[in-house]
Each structure stands twice: as structure tokens, then as C-alpha cells.
Design a protein around this ligand. Sequence first.
Ligand code: HEM
Length: 409
Amino acid sequence: MDELSRRKMLISGGVLGALGALGMSSPAQAQPWTWSPRGSVAGTGAGVDPRWVWDEEADPLLASLLDRGAVPEVNRLLWDWTRNDQELPAGLPGDLRAFMDEARQLPPWADRTKLEIAAEFNKGRGLYLNLLNGVGGGMLSTAIPEEARSVYYSQGGADMEDRVAKTSMLGFAVGALNALRPDGSLVVESVKTRLVHAAVRHLLPKSPGWSHTSGDEKIPISQEDMLVTWHTLPTFAMRRMLDWEVPITPVEAEAYLHVWQVTAHLLGIREEYVPATWKAACAQSDQILGRAMGPTPEGVELTDILLNQLAEQTSPPVGLTRPLCNALARYLVGDQVADWDAIPREPIWDPLVAEAWPLLVKFREGLIPLPAVPEAAWTLDEAARQYILFYLTKGKETKIEIPVLNRPG
Ligand code: HEM
């Protein structure tokens, strides 16, 4: 595929286009799963609808650990398990150790060369990626009802600052130069997250708040939910960067996809659902992301908390005021999602951000000279930096832990 058609394919439908074509009138469960496993890294599979598949290895294990009261001790033991190459701590229950020994292995198709290229790419494009995955991905996730409700009614929903700091640990681990090298932490954070999700599948059905709002969903975080969220991360980021005309070579694009394929595997997404190419990823995203989105009271409340945090953490004199945060968030995810999240419109800032950000990107990429960049762009640039730094620092004080409860109350 030539460069122009590759870009067109990725942008067309783009996140905004794909969301624009939302099947809001036809709920996800009414639509058949047609994405072919031939487009997956496995290249084959039964084509089972991932809405009815969860994590058959981790789920019974976590249910058992929770039921026998073993989780607090497991969390204590795993606190200092931080490096990819580190031995598992002594004293872990045998069934958990056996599972983790297996779950921490890279898949046979992991390609070291691609992972190294991805690491360099992530470093060079770190500012955009952290902003897209952090603020953008955050705003998308609150507009995904199944995710917003899970987050709201689970233990972490009561302390969103800590939750975002923990979630950012995975984001930073993916983006780190040593992500999957022996001294990196992506394997650790992903396997811990897989355990957390399995625990949530056992705990959340016991939450009255979740049960009353989740409709016919009886077990949260299906494989389809995982894929939906996965697309709010690499697929969304890639499409937005292409919208902004960030120069990305085909080799870089493939490598960036690859690190996220490996991450999907480590998170427990089955290989028959992990897209093998960007073309397959876009097709899958276009099928499932839009239809999974919409407004909820929980999502609106979480969005407000997240945007207030963003405004607080990017401090004056260069900081983002809440109106500027609103405008940045709206710009990243587009009007449809911003309206679902009830992000207020900002008549002054909305047009300014939409004009300033693409120019800032072009300047950073060496495509235009300095005088063309409006002043507002530097506020955004500096604030993005502060935001990343805040969560990098916060992330050092906390660790991903398996919950034992739902949100109290
Ligand atoms: C926890 C990442 C998909 C719901 C976490 C954590 C990370 C994470 C890093 C640990 C942070 C923490 O404990 O607060 C991801 C990634 C996903 C994904 C990378 C997909 C690629 C989902 C989906 C849902 C979900 C689809 C729900 C539909 C939750 C919940 C927690 C959690 C409820 C636990 C919060 C608590 O502590 O109570 N996730 N997640 N996640 N995730 Fe996910």
C-alpha cells in the first residue's frame, strides 16, 4: 500500500468519523460479531463473539483467591515485584505462581526488533502519546458506559486521583524505552492489571450500584470490552496523530502497533482477537468502538473529576484553567464524545485550541517556523508536560493492587 492510501485508510472513518457513524440506535448486543480471526495475530480462531468471552484462566483463580481471603497477602508480596526480569516473590500461593509464570511470558510472535523501534517511536512522540492516551483515552473511557460504570462502582472509583496514577503506570510502562527489556516494567504492570480485571469480574456483580445500572451485563470486562478500550489507546492515538500530520513511517507504525499487540496479549486478550495489522485494527475499531459509546451519569461525574484534576495539577502561571482543560479535552475527542461527557463548550478557548494545537505539532515536527505558532500553543505544550510529570511522580508513590472490595456506599 502506498503512503497516501495507508494514511487515508487509517484516517478514514478516523476516530471521529467512526464515532460519527455511531450505531446508537442499534445496541451492541443486537449486532453480530463479524470481524474475522484471519485478521488476528493468531490468524485463525473460532470467531466466537468476544462479548461472551472473559478470561478463563485468571477469573476462577482470582475468585478463589478472593474467597479464601488470600488477596491482601498477595498484594503485600507483589508490592516489590517491579521488573520484567524479576523472580516472583517467595510465598505466593502455588496456583497464582503457576498462572503468573505462564502469563508473564512474551508470546512467540513478539519481535525484539519491532519492540526496539516502537520504544524509540514512543520516546520521540511521548508528548502526543501521553496526552492522547491520558487525557484523550480518559475522556473516551468515560463515554463508554460499560467502562464508566465499572470504574465508578469499583473500589478505585472512590479515589480517582490514585486510580489515574495507577492506570498511568501502565501507560508510562508501554511508552518507556525499556518497556519490554529485562529492566522495564510492562510485563509486571500488564500481568498485575490482568489480575485486577479478573478480581473486578468477581467483585462487581456483588455491587448493588453496578447491578442496578448494568442492564443485561452480568459479568464486566468481556474480551469485547477489552478490545474497545484497547482501541481508545493505540488506534485512537494513531488516527489522531495522522490527523495532525505527524510524520510516521510504515516501519514505525507497524512497530507501534506491535508493542500494543504484545501488551494486549499480556493483558489477557486472546490472540484470535488481537488485530495483526492496522487495516484489521481499523476495521475492528470501526465495528465495535462507536457502538460501545454513549452518555451515562457515572461517566459525566467521572469526567468532571478528571478535568478538575487536570486543571489543579497543571499549575499557574502556565497552567490550564478549567475552561482551557475543557477546550483541550473537547478538541482531543471531538464534539460528540465531549457532549456525552457533558464537557462545557468554551466559546473563546475551543476555536483557539483547535487552531493552536495542530500548529504546535507542525512546529515540533519541524514543518513550520516559530512565528506561525500562536501563544496559546505554548500554554498547552507546557501544561501537557506538567500533566505527564505529575502522574509520573504520583506513579512512584503507588502500585497497581488487586481490589478486595467495591466502591463503598
Ligand atoms: C483497573 C488498564 C480495560 C475496568 C485497571 C488498571 C489498569 C487498567 C492499568 C489498574 C489500575 C487500578 O487498579 O486502578 C486497562 C487497559 C485496558 C483496560 C490497558 C484495555 C486495553 C478495562 C475495561 C474495563 C476496565 C474494558 C471495564 C469495562 C477496570 C476497573 C479497574 C481497572 C473497574 C479496577 C479499579 C479498582 O481498583 O477498583 N485497568 N484496563 N478496564 N480496570 Fe482496566
